[in-house]
Ligand binder design. Structure first.
Ligand code: 0A1
Ligand code: ZN
Length: 866
């Protein structure tokens, strides 16, 4: 058993810091294995009387401390591997602390570390304490002055937050740079980068006419891959001015891309550090999805400058204050840059794939959690994506104008402060006069509400009644729940498909009936349009009504949703048939409804492509009480084959029509064209027609962009054919020097449904292309296998679970954050048959019983066991 269990931190225990800090002076003398850090800070008591100062610190070698110029001896303080405590302090004092750290040996990628030789930092949430002793909490805000001394040849670029004050050569081939950030900030927004990097620059002129210098730093040789990131940055800067009146506040904005990074990117003040995945793109190496990801993440980090940096979180329980709001902002930005309905659909797909299962499982927690062991485990889909849905619902309830007034008031009241989710809601309430008291339960109650809808039409009275009943199931630690306040957007369509009315219902009771008067004939109702509330809707639609909504609903989201609901309904019937050994029934009406969608020239191509994609295996699994991965896979494959057979001619014609020799463009229209073309190709591949195989192979070889090449490779990766091995080999040979493309090569193999996939994944672990120290590689191979290959991961012999657990334990010694993030699939054990349950639980027990296990992984594994 693990010796020391990590402590539980509780929101109710929040206390203001004993001391506040005015200014921090940091000096870094950079050496790969022994960097010296001097931190001089001015402290003053925060209404406390003679309290000791407790500074956080982790993996630091303490060299010196001095207080107001007097060197402290060992009797003047106490120190362990978590903290440094100094008693008997004056009201105001200057503390100078010198520490030594080892960036090269820092495999956790938190604090100061090296990625391909470049020094970089990651301080959110608690990395600053791995650099120096400090009150490493977001409500301690200070201005920072940073001096960096480094070897000039290996580190020509020296960066930190704010403005460059000085840059000089010093003796011994060293140089020195001094940076000053005028905006007080918490330690988690501190950043430093030093290395030999190439730079691409541009400018942006703000709405008040100030010119901001924009620089993107990358490894040499990548200069031709940053145009899209730069365009996205400028678009985001402009959008924030136009939509929210928010102007950038410094004259410099730097982005650095590194290949070893625990997450997507980090919003450090004026020095964003990014995972290369969200910066580098050119048409022959990045897919349309990569381009969209870059646009979204670049915008997300930029938007944090106001929602996160200028106004930050009081404590980490408030993480969604900045993350939910910033995700909402980046989703809105992407909706304005490309198709709004498709953006909404893809956001909802992510929510359903990642957040709904979280809310339904042992790791369920509220958007504002009340306790944690390791805060790094709370960068979750609930805090981010459900958090964004909460903001979106406020936006729907208040309307755009009131929401904007609320945002303005929030900044007016809290600029420069560290605040709470309640402060945000108060600004929204005060600006709009709309009561959000009940609504705030979305912050505190975990779980996805289930809303059941019943309706009836009274011909005589010409009235349509809709009854909505909501239920929120218990989640860990929360047994009794109260009804939630939510906006439900509805529409009524007449039998010709014309819209009779649309409305947003403000639902707040456990059961509530809404009546619509003067409805002349029996309508069809469209519910939760645009996914106005993040709920599970149970509505007794007939298949005829679903086909009708697919064909007629004026709300595109609802139209897509009708196709998903119809498909899910069918597939779950097919799963039952498979389990009983009965033959599948083909539903011609569904296929005809899809055909109508496919041939509808009023619809955008990317939207059609989304409608044609059946619910994923993961989504279907979530709808079953006891998940049967084999039956789901067989049913879904069969339905795809039926669709392919009946629509073969249409698919072939459209595929040919949409092929284009034009040079690649990442704009929405071209992406839509490729999405539909490749969806058609994937259906054409369902039969074993050699002519189709030739089409796919030809597309693989002749593609002039990565989207088309990857689409063909993904299809081939599921084919028991020589063409698969040839293409995989060709792909590696072409792209082996390109780390991000090699990630795709690993993922496509880890996702394959072919027998022997686990062995392939195991072999790839020792391939030269793989490194367990690099989070992108780990996510691409092991993460994809465990999360996105249910068929093989859940093999009934338990081999998938054992492999996964071995990797978690291997990684826990190297990078606990990444190890902990991989545990979640095992936590789904309750949803499987007894045999798999036992196997999965045994692996979780094996994790918990491991000596020296990190607190991060312990928290995830112990909670997963329940
Ligand atoms: N604030 C960043 C996400 C982030 C969080 C933690 C990190 O290291 C453990 C890194 C990045 C964002 O929302 O983009
Ligand atoms: Zn964020």
């Amino acid at each position: 058993m693990k010796t020391e269990q990590p402590q539980i931190i509780r929101l109710e225990d929040y206390r203001e810091p004993a001391y506040l800090v005015e200014n921090v002076e940091l000096v870094f003398d950079l050496e790969s294995e022994s960097t010296r850090v001097v931190c001089a800070a001015t402290y003053y008591a925060n209404n406390t009387d003679n309290a000791p100062l407790v500074l956080d610190g982790e993996d630091l070698k303490l060299l010196h401390i001095s207080l107001d110029g007097r060197e402290l001896g060992e009797n003047d303080y106490s120190c362990d591997n978590k903290s440094l405590t100094i008693p008997d302090l004056p009201e105001r004092f200057e503390l100078v602390i010198e520490t030594e750290i080892d960036p090269k040996g820092n495999t956790q990628l938190s604090g100061l570390y090296q990625s391909n030789g470049t020094y970089c930092t990651q301080c959110e949430a608690q990395g600053f304490r791995r650099i120096t002793y400090f009150q490493d909490r977001p409500d301690v805000m200070a201005t920072y002055n940073v001096t960096i001394i480094a070897d000039k040849a290996s580190c020509p670029v020296l960066l930190s937050n704010g403005n460059l004050l000085e840059h000089n050569d010093v003796e011994d081939d060293q140089h020195i740079a001094v940076w000053h950030d005028p905006f007080p900030k918490p330690s988690y927004l501190f950043a430093l980068v030093a290395g030999d990097l190439a730079q691409v620059s541009d400018t942006f002129v703000t709405c008040t006419g100030r010119t901001v210098d924009l620089h993107i730093f990358i490894e040499h040789g990548n200069e031709d891959r940053v145009d899209w990131a730069m365009e996205s940055l400028k678009a985001a800067m402009k959008w924030d001015e136009d939509r929210f009146g928010l102007e950038y506040d410094l004259d410099l904005y730097n982005i650095v891309a590194v290949s070893d990074f625990n997450m997507g990117a980090m919003e450090n003040k004026s020095l964003n550090v990014f995972n290369t995945k969200y910066v580098l793109a050119k048409s022959d190496t990045a897919t349309d999805a990569d381009y969209a990801g870059i646009e979204g993440v670049i915008a997300h980090e930029y938007f944090h400058n106001w929602t996160g940096n200028r106004v930050t979180c009081r404590d980490w329980f408030q993480l969604s204050l900045k993350e939910g709001l910033t995700v909402f902002r980046d989703q809105e930005f992407s909706s304005d840059m490309r198709s709004r309905p498709c953006e909404r659909i893809s956001n909802v797909k992510v929510l359903r794939a990642a957040q709904f299962p979280e809310d339904a499982g042992p790791l369920a927690h509220p958007v504002r959690p009340e306790q944690y062991m390791a805060i790094d485990n709370f960068y979750t889909a609930t805090v981010y994506n459900k958090g964004s849905e909460v903001i979106r619902m406020m936006h729907t309830l208040l309307g755009e104008d009131n929401f904007r007034k609320g945002m303005d008031l929030y900044f007016e009241r809290h600029d420069g402060q560290a605040v709470t989710c309640d402060d945000f809601a108060a600004a929204m309430m005060d600006a709009s006069d709309i009561d959000l008291t009940q609504f705030k339960l979305w912050y505190s109650q975990a779980g996805t509400p289930e809303v059941t809808a019943h309706w009836s039409y009274d011909h005589e009275a010409q009235r349509f009644d809709l009854t909505l009943a909501q239920h929120l199931a218990p989640t860990p630690g929360q047994n009794d729940k109260q009804p939630m306040h939510m906006p439900i957007s509805v529409g009524l369509l007449d039998l010709e498909g014309m819209e009779i009315l649309s409305d947003v219902l403000s639902v707040s009771k456990a059961r509530e009936t809404f009546s619509f008067e003067n409805i002349e004939s029996e309508p069809v109702i469209s519910l939760n349009r645009d996914f106005s509330a993040p709920i599970k809707l149970k509505a007794a639609y007939s298949r005829v009504e679903l086909a009708f909504l697919m064909a007629n609903d004026s709300d595109d989201f609802a139209r897509w949703e009708a196709a998903q609901t119809y498909g899910t309904d069918l597939l779950l019937d097919m799963v039952k048939a498979y389990q009983k050994g009965q033959p599948f029934k083909k539903d011609e009406d569904f296929i005809q409804a899809l055909r109508q969608t496919l041939l509808n020239d009023q619809l955008d191509l990317d939207f059609i492509a989304l409608c044609l994609q059946l619910p994923t295996e993961g989504y279907l699994a979530e709808q079953m009480e006891t998940i049967d991965v084999v039956a789901i896979h067989q049913a879904r494959e069969a339905l795809r084959r039926y669709i392919a057979e009946d629509l073969q001619k249409d698919f072939l014609r459209i595929f040919r029509d949409l092929r284009s020799d034009k040079p690649y463009s990442p704009n929405a229209a071209s992406c839509g064209q490729r999405a539909l073309k490749n969806t058609c190709l994937s259906y054409l591949a369902e039969g074993d027609d050699p002519a189709c195989l030739a089409l796919i192979t030809a597309q693989y070889h002749n593609a002039n962009n990565m989207t088309d090449r990857m689409a063909a490779l993904s299809i081939l990766s599921n084919k028991e054919a020589d063409a698969r091995l040839e293409a995989l080999e060709d792909f590696y040979t072409r792209f082996k020097d390109d780390a991000l493309v090699v990630d795709k090569w690993l993922s496509v193999q880890a996702m394959s449904s072919l027998p022997g996939t686990l062995a392939t994944v195991q072999n790839l672990m020792s391939h030269e292309a793989f490194s367990i120290r690099n989070p992108n590689k780990v996510r691409s191979l092991i993460g994809v296998f465990a999360h996105a290959n249910p068929l093989h991961y859940h093999n009934e012999d338990g081999s998938g679970y054992a492999f996964h657990t071995d990797r978690i334990l291997e990684l826990d010694k190297i990078n606990p954050q990444i190890a902990a993030r991989m545990v979640a699939p095992l936590g789904k054990w309750r949803r499987f048959d007894k045999k798999r349950q036992d196997l999965m639980k045994a692996e979780l027990q094996r994790i918990i019983a491991t000596d020296g296990l990190s607190g991060d992984t312990f928290e995830m594994a112990s909670k997963s066991l329940g």
